[in-house]
Design a protein around this ligand. Structure first.
Ligand SMILES: Cc1cc2nc3c(=O)[nH]c(=O)nc-3n(C[C@H](O)[C@H](O)[C@H](O)COP(=O)(O)OP(=O)(O)OC[C@H]3O[C@@H](n4cnc5c(N)ncnc54)[C@H](O)[C@@H]3O)c2cc1C
Length: 388
């Protein structure tokens, strides 16, 4: 159902943004008995910029939520190995069973986001696409108490809610309206160009690193996502004017074997690009509001961890909202303890100021941090139930 038709006037939670962070949060809250409204200004099942790689923590979340059969039913290939290419050296890592996860996935966002939305709807959340948040409503105390929503036809409706959750991405309207400030910021960003290729036969995921460049091959639904990345200071010099020429040039000069594979494969559709953005941690809760996903925490896509963290933080936030009282006050601390080491290493990788030994060391650091994160996700308690 679209538009503002038949909305109630009061919810336990209104979630703005219905992709991985928002839909997962709405699902968890609704499944625990909360009355939830989930909205997005874009269409159900629409695409967004992503290279799709899920890390073990994300697959663990989808598994505990019972969603892996739906991921598989969409034809998402299981990924059983990851190969790091450092110049001419290839280091293959098989995905070992751990925490009940024995393979990774990289579902297209046209698969992942709607399956999370469907799960939220089935759990009892009301879902509306084509509806945007335009204003927040504040009590005299400064507490957020409601939202003004607008549908594609221009109709408006105001809803009251115990909490408004901004899962509305990097340009978060909720963050702007509550004046949530970034208090940790990175310095580096990569520019990324990617496309989907048919008939590019490589086993598992591949990550390539060379002087001032990176690339990757990620198996997704119906083809492989191939990306090339450079420091964003080189965006114009590399891609401006002719993106395809720049993309092939990066591969030819830094990753000639990958360029040969791409030349033999067939591009589906067109290349897409992301000019880069520096990382941040923003204040992520206040009276009557919270942020989850990129709205509160962003890092360079080169370490492919935004979706994993969105699914992690959906659970951190839902647990604290359902615990009630002052429990939400620990959300930011818990998110930051898990995120800061990862953000620091990601920023160092996005600087491209490393040699081959340096990037290997950064990957070892990432691996240790990621293992700690997976242990933390695995230890998260089952959600309390409002209905109990
Ligand atoms: C090029 C690129 C490649 C990436 N590759 C990977 C990868 O391989 N693996 C990985 O884990 N991560 C990757 N990421 C990061 C990942 O895409 C993000 O971390 C993730 O999309 C964040 O999800 P989210 O739900 O927080 O926000 P988003 O996906 O940004 O969704 C926000 C939603 O909010 C909606 N919205 C915004 N404002 C409003 C409003 N006012 N009213 C209503 N709705 C609103 C938008 O329409 C949107 O649908 C990549 C990012 C980029 C740019």
């Amino acid at each position: 159902m679209n538009g503002l038709y038949s909305l109630d006037s009061h919810y336990d939670a209104v979630v703005i943004g219905a992709r991985c962070a928002g839909a997962a949060t709405a699902f968890l809250l609704a499944r625990s008995g909360a009355k939830v409204l989930l909205i997005d200004r874009q269409a159900y099942g629409s695409d967004t910029l992503s290279t799709h790689a899920l890390m073990r923590g994300a697959v663990l979340q989808l598994k505990r939520w019972g969603l892996i059969p739906t991921v598989l039913a969409a034809g998402t290939p299981a990924i059983r190995s990851t190969t790091f290419h450092y110049g001419d050296e290839a280091v293959r890592v098989d995905i070992k069973p751990d925490h009940g996860v024995d393979c990774l996935f990289a579902p297209r966002r046209t698969v992942l986001d709607p399956l999370l939305v469907d799960a939220a709807r089935e759990a009892g959340a009301e879902v509306r696409h084509g509806v945007a948040l335009s204003e927040l409503q504040f009590a005299g105390s400064g507490r957020v108490i409601g939202a003004l929503l607008r549908d594609a036809g221009g109709a408006c409706m105001s809803v009251r809610s115990d909490i408004i959750i901004g899962a509305d991405g990097r340009q978060s309207t909720v963050a702007q309206l509550v004046n949530a400030k970034a208090y940790v910021e990175g310095s580096n960003a990569s520019a990324i160009v990617f496309g989907y290729y048919e008939d590019l036969n490589r086993d598992g995921t591949h990550w390539h690193f060379a002087n001032n460049a990176a690339a990757g091959v990620i198996p997704t639904n119906a083809g492989r996502c191939v990306f090339a990345a450079v420091p964003n200071s080189r965006l114009g010099a590399t891609f401006r004017g002719d993106v395809m020429r720049g993309f092939l040039q990066v591969l030819a000069s830094s990753f000639p074997k990958l360029r040969e594979d791409v030349d033999r494969a067939t591009l589906i559709g067109r290349l897409r690009g992301f000019g880069g953005a520096t990382s941040y941690l923003r204040q992520c809760h206040g009276a009557g509001w919270a942020l989850v996903g990129d709205a509160g925490y962003f890092k360079d896509p080169l370490t492919a961890h935004g979706i994993t963290d969105a699914l992690r933080d959906a659970q951190l936030l839902a647990i604290r909202i359902l615990d009630g009282g002052r429990a939400i006050e620990g959300y930011q601390h818990e998110r930051d303890a898990l995120s800061m080491p990862f953000m620091r290493v990601t920023d160092a990788i996005a600087s491209f100021c490393w040699d081959i030994d340096g990037i290997k060391q950064l990957h070892d650091d990432l691996s240790a941090i990621t293992n700690m994160e997976v242990n933390h996700i695995a230890s998260l308690s089952q959600l309390p139930s409002l209905a109990a």
